[in-house]
Each structure stands twice: as C-alpha cells, then as structure tokens.
Design a protein around this ligand. Structure first.
Ligand code: ADP
Ligand code: MG
Length: 333
C-alpha cells in the first residue's frame, strides 16, 4: 500500500513555475503581481451528491478544477494557483493517476499551478481552492446591475442538465446529440477569457452552476433589481430542439445547472463591444432580457405573456426532506 506521501509525490507534485514554492513544504509561497488583487474561491464536490460515484476519474479531474476556474472567470480574474484537498476511500493508484491527468491537463491550458493540498482517507470528496489575480478595483461582482442594463449569457444553455437526464434514463437522445450533452456535463469549459474581457464592459456577472433563474436571481438580489427575460431568446443547446418533452426542455433551460456559462449584465451602450467580443472569442453571447426596477424575475413567452416558471434552481438545504427526483450534480451553496 503506498503511503500518503508517495501518492502525493507520484500524482500531485508536478513543477509549479508560477509559484515561489509549491507542493512539499508546510505552505506554498506565491507573489501577487503589482497592482493586482488576489481573488480566492473554493468549491467542494462530493461523490453521490455532485457526481456519480463511478464517474470517470479523468473527467472528474477536469471538472473539479473547471468549476473553480469558472468562479474566477465570473470575477474577471486570471487564475494562477490551486490547492487540492482530497479524501479517498482507498489508495487507488489507477484512479489517482487518471484524476490527476485530467486535473493537470486543464491546469496547464490555463497556466494554473497546483501548489498544495491535503490527502486523507474518507468518503470520496474533492475540494479545490483556486487563487487568481485581478487588476485592483476591476473585479466583476454580482452587485453592479442597474435598471436598463441588458442581460446576457454566453454559450448554449441546458446541455449539462439534459446530459444528466439522459444518463439517468429520463430521456432518449440520438448519439451525436447525446455525446454533445455528455461533454457539457463531464467536461465544462470555464469561460476564463470571456470573464477577463468583460472587465470594464459588464456591470455584474456570475457563473452558471445552479441554473439560469437561480444564478441570475443572485445578481438581482445583490444588485437590488429585477429582470425580464424573453424565453424565445434563450440560446438552447441544439439537443433541446430535438425530441425532448417540452417541460423537460424548459426545465433544462431555466433551472438546469452545471453549464458553467457566464451570465452578465451590461449597459445598452456596450452592445456593439459585446458583439465584437463574441466574434473574437468565437463564443455566442446572447442578449436574453433586461434589468428592471423592483425585485421580480419574469420570463415572457413570444406573445409577451409571463411564463409559470419552475423552482429557481438547486439548493442543498431547501429540500433535504423531499424525496426529490432532482439530479445529482451541482456545486451549490
Ligand atoms: P502537512 O502535514 O503539513 O499538512 P501534508 O503531509 O498534508 O503536509 O502534505 C505535504 C505536502 O503535500 C504539502 O505541501 C501539501 O500542500 C501537499 N499536498 C498534500 N496533498 C496534496 C494534494 N492532493 N495535491 C497537492 N498537494 C498536496
Ligand atoms: Mg496535510
């Protein structure tokens, strides 16, 4: 049986050129660049709650880091360093090797160094702390939305939730559409470049982890405003247009989590700049509604009638006594 230290040495000790001191001492040492603030976030993933216990470890390594990178993207920060705390039922080397490959592959693409962590025996739990830098005073927060601003979203919505529904046997999809949704669920792409570019353009931002209505709801609450969305404008994952029951499709679009797109608000004067940004990034950026006075979040159909909207999203504590059919899988509160 390998020791804890052998496991760390084998799987989590790659070079960390962006830090003064990385894995191996009592603490890591990092230098924050001049004029930058530190942006720090942490997210925990539990087997059986945020991912299926038999999840493919390489994809899990990717996703564990991706959800954290997504948080920094939503702040407009540049990711730099990560810490990884991991509880494992047993020292499964094949699992650790695949997990670490998925983790490091994504870290490498974003110039993130793994600089420390903790490794212990226990029910499979993964917790990443991510550290990044953002120009002092320029971070995007949830609090800046103003009446009159447009509401925007990146990418396509609902793919991850539909992928989960498919995996749970609640819907059948053609193989290519199914593969796209599984990709959305297992290998989300954090919108880091978009978040960086939104500094100075967006008035507020959040990443989409718990569902469009829930996450936009956080912006509205923190900003003290309401919003009106046009359902017909929502950029749906192509598979949702296929043979998916309407209530499931609507649920995936409005309340499906795990897409890790960015929702942001911006003054109307930024519309041209945002269109240009979408071109430059090769990423759809869609205007889906506007910020209004008050507190209400209304979704209107093509005739302008308000839709009856589903529960806003997933709350780990709100429904603990329910016998819910809601899917496993979402880093939440
Ligand atoms: P300590 O006893 O001081 O907590 P540990 O023995 O837990 O130190 O860890 C030894 C070194 O390995 C530390 O630098 C720690 O940050 C790092 N480390 C432990 N587990 C991980 C992991 N899963 N990923 C990355 N670094 C890790
Ligand atoms: Mg330790």
């Amino acid at each position: 049986m390998p020791s804890e230290f052998e496991l760390i040495a084998r799987h989590f000790s790659r070079a960390s050129p962006g830090a003064r001191l990385g894995v191996g001492d009592d603490a890591a040492l990092c230098t924050v660049s001049t004029g930058m603030e530190l942006a720090v976030s942490t997210d925990m993933l539990l087997a059986g709650r945020h991912f299926l216990p038999d999840a493919e470890p390489e994809a899990l390594g990717h996703k564990t880091l991706a959800v954290n990178l997504s948080d920094l993207a939503a702040m407009g920060a540049r990711p730099r360093w990560a810490l990884l705390a991991i509880a494992l039922p047993e020292a499964d080397e094949a699992w650790l090797s695949a997990f670490s490959q998925g983790f490091y592959a994504l870290a490498g693409r974003y110039g993130v160094d793994l600089i420390g962590g903790d490794t212990t025996r226990g029910p499979l739990t993964l917790c990443v702390t991510i550290l990044g830098e953002v120009e002092a005073g320029q971070a995007l927060t949830r609090a800046g939305a103003r009446p009159g601003d447009h509401v925007w979203v990146s990418g396509r919505l609902g793919g991850a939730a539909l992928g989960l529904a498919q995996r749970q046997g609640r819907v059948g999809l053609d193989p290519p559409l199914a593969a796209a949704c599984q990709q959305r669920l297992d290998r989300p792409e954090p919108r880091v470049a978009l978040g960086r570019a939104l500094r100075g353009l967006a008035s507020a931002a959040i990443d989409l982890s718990d569902g469009l209505l829930a996450d936009l709801g956080h912006i509205l609450e923190r900003s003290g405003v309401g919003a009106e969305l046009e359902f017909a404008r929502l950029p749906a994952e192509p598979a949702l247009a296929a043979d998916v029951p309407e209530d499931l499709a609507r649920h995936c679009l409005l309340a499906g989590g795990d897409d890790y797109e960015l929702i942001f608000t911006a003054p109307p004067a930024q519309e041209g700049a945002i269109a240009a940004l979408a071109q430059r990034l090769g990423l759809p950026l869609t205007r889906i509604g506007r910020v209004v006075e008050g507190q209400a979040l209304t979704v209107r159909d093509a005739q302008g009638r308000p839709l009856a909207i589903p529960a806003r999203g997933y709350d780990h504590f709100a429904d603990q006594n329910d016998n819910r059919s809601w899917p496993i899988s979402r880093p939440g509160p």
